[in-house]
Design a protein around this ligand. Structure first.
Ligand code: 5GP
Ligand code: ZN
Length: 114
């Protein structure tokens, strides 16, 4: 998808914000407009619009990286509370139409809406 910002990030091989990690199928990088420190986005490298058109095997690969990153943040950064969020569809507040999951670290009293 030529006009998809997340496809551009994958194609360039670098996020326009901090890259966290990648493997053959999945790319993870920090959100450019973070709700909290270490707010991270995890995406399949292939373009799918949302949860509805993303095949199950791709979702499993993405979720495996979500788990690895949350454990890394937990053990290395002491992050003990996270929200894992996927928005699918405009009425669900999806803004970027390339399937992605958010990891949003939460802290006592931060009170931020995602
Ligand atoms: P959504 O609202 O679709 O679930 O989330 C899209 C997220 O992508 C937002 O949190 C937004 O800040 C983030 N985002 C949008 N454009 C870019 C970008 O160019 N680079 C990065 N790193 N994050 C982006
Ligand atoms: Zn895309």
């Amino acid at each position: 998808m030529e006009d998809c910002i997340f496809c551009k990030i994958v194609k360039k091989g670098e996020a326009n914000y901090w890259k966290v990690c990648e493997n053959e199928s999945v790319y993870a990088f920090l959100d450019i407009n973070p709700v909290n420190e270490y707010h991270t986005l995890i995406i399949p490298k292939r373009h799918y619009e949302d949860i509805f058109d993303t095949p199950e095997d791709e979702l499993i690969k993405v979720m495996s990286v979500v788990k690895k990153i949350t454990m890394l943040y937990n053990t290395k950064l002491g992050i003990k509370n996270v929200q894992i969020i996927n928005s699918s569809g405009p009425e669900a507040q999806q803004d970027v139409f390339h399937t992605h999951f958010h990891i949003v670290p939460r802290r006592h009293g931060d009170n931020q809406d995602v």
